[in-house]
Ligand binder design. Structure first.
Ligand SMILES: Cc1ncc(COP(=O)(O)O)c(C=O)c1O
Length: 412
């Protein structure tokens, strides 16, 4: 039995994991540099945003969605999506939107900013997305939308959610910030429900540091969303005419150029992560005490923005999840805890609850609580490594497994 690195043994791995974003002189010379130069030399750095239009067309081709709208951030994309799909502008009160609370705060703060009230419903611990039964139980006469977060890169149970949405006349929105390239059966996320919102923030699978995108197949949603993003102008509208109320959430032409360059490698990277994820699932299934992320029957491709596994302390001699993470880190595997608060516990949401109690409703969420207490994350760049590198992750977890009775020092 080899000694754990945290106890002074030799780490499984000292080789670095792939950095993110991946940058190289070669990519600058052939892809990124020429694109940025094109914007610069065109002397058109803003309206009418030709590079953004090119990116939107490329994103439509990538996702299969009919319409795309480039925005300045993922949060703005979600606001723009809500504005378009729900026909709202953020001035008046809107109806209730059901979303999970094991997610980034923007999944809730964006619809709240548009006047929606939020209902936190439970997730399914197998796939980390909304549990359709919990969604149905949470519906009230005020409900107007379901926002499913395609968390970690796997699509949720979109068929079941669509049935519920149809039955109750609701919009089915997709928060795709973590799921670029993920497929629900053969359909890419962002083209499954009423519309999707993506983020290109620096950690995301497709990034330009900041940026976002709205996708939809519905022309009316597109027109309203487009107006919201572009200070109230409909597509093709005149400069000083503002038939709706909107904000300026147009994306930068330079970032559109960078994204166009990077979009060319997204498919290959997503396939690689998907293959490595499947392989890692097989390896970790053999390590007692760990449940690898379940690949759902409708999963056509998993984007693995986050590889989320369940950790069972009882099968590790009672060692806590924190201890497991520290032991994995010492072995050279960058496992992390993930979200450290549920959204209903975040101060920002609590202050809304205190000031406007009718704006936030929290439904019973036992699976969310369980996931919050048992989940361990690996970020997407780890899955961008070679297949053989996945062996190191399993070896590190297995080493810990083999030493289940050994005492793991708690870092001070
Ligand atoms: C699930 C989710 N939704 C929305 C966002 C918001 O995106 P942004 O940071 O680009 O505003 C993020 C990421 O940051 C996210 O992870």
């Amino acid at each position: 039995m080899s000694t754990l690195a945290i106890d002074g043994g030799t780490p499984v791995r000292t080789k670095p994991w792939p950095a993110w974003p991946q940058v190289s002189e070669a990519e600058w010379d052939t892809l990124v540099g020429p694109r940025l130069k094109q914007v610069y030399l065109s002397a058109t750095e803003g309206l009418p945003n030709p590079m953004s239009a090119e990116l939107e067309a490329a994103f439509c081709a990538f996702t299969g969605a009919k319409f795309s709208l480039f925005t300045s951030h993922g949060t703005d994309a979600l606001m723009t999506l809500c504005a378009g799909a729900l026909d709202i502008d953020g001035v008046g009160p809107a109806g209730e939107l059901i979303c999970p609370e094991y997610t980034f705060i923007a999944s809730a703060s964006a619809p709240l900013a548009l006047g929606c009230s939020i209902v936190f419903a439970d997730i399914d611990k197998r796939h980390f997305c909304l549990d359709p039964a919990a969604v149905e139980a949470a519906i009230s006469p005020r409900t107007v939308a379901i926002m499913n977060v395609q968390l970690g890169g796997q699509a949720g149970d979109m068929d079941a959610l669509q049935k519920i949405a149809d039955k109750h006349g609701l919009a089915l929105l997709e928060d795709c910030a973590q799921a670029h390239g993920a497929r629900h059966n053969a359909t890419q996320v962002g083209a499954v429900g009423t519309g999707g919102g993506f983020s290109f923030q620096s950690s995301k699978n497709l990034t330009s540091g900041e940026g976002g995108m709205v996708t939809t197949n519905d022309e009316d949603v597109y027109n309203r969303a487009s107006a919201y993003r572009n200070i109230g102008r409909f597509p093709g509208g005149k400069r000083w005419e503002h038939p709706r109320l909107g904000q300026n959430y147009r994306g930068s032409e330079y970032l559109a150029a960078l994204l166009l360059a990077r979009l060319t490698t997204l498919d290959e990277q997503t396939d690689r992560r998907d293959r490595n994820g499947v392989y890692l699932n097989e390896l970790l299934a053999q390590v007692g005490g760990i449940t690898p992320p379940e690949r759902m029957p409708w999963c056509g491709r998993h984007a693995y923005h986050i590889y989320m596994l369940h950790y069972h302390p009882d099968e590790f001699g009672g060692h806590s999840r924190d201890e497991f993470i520290r032991a994995m880190n010492a072995e050279g595997v960058p496992a992390t805890l993930g979200y450290n608060l549920l959204l209903s516990e975040q101060q920002g949401i609590q202050s809304v609850r205190e000031r406007y109690p009718e704006r936030v409703r929290v439904e019973p969420s036992p699976q969310t609580q369980w996931v919050f207490e048992h989940t361990v994350w690996l970020f997407q760049s780890v899955l961008l490594a070679e297949r053989a590198d996945m062996d190191d992750i399993a070896e590190a977890a297995g080493k810990k497994g083999a030493c289940r009775t050994a005492r793991i020092e708690t870092a001070t």
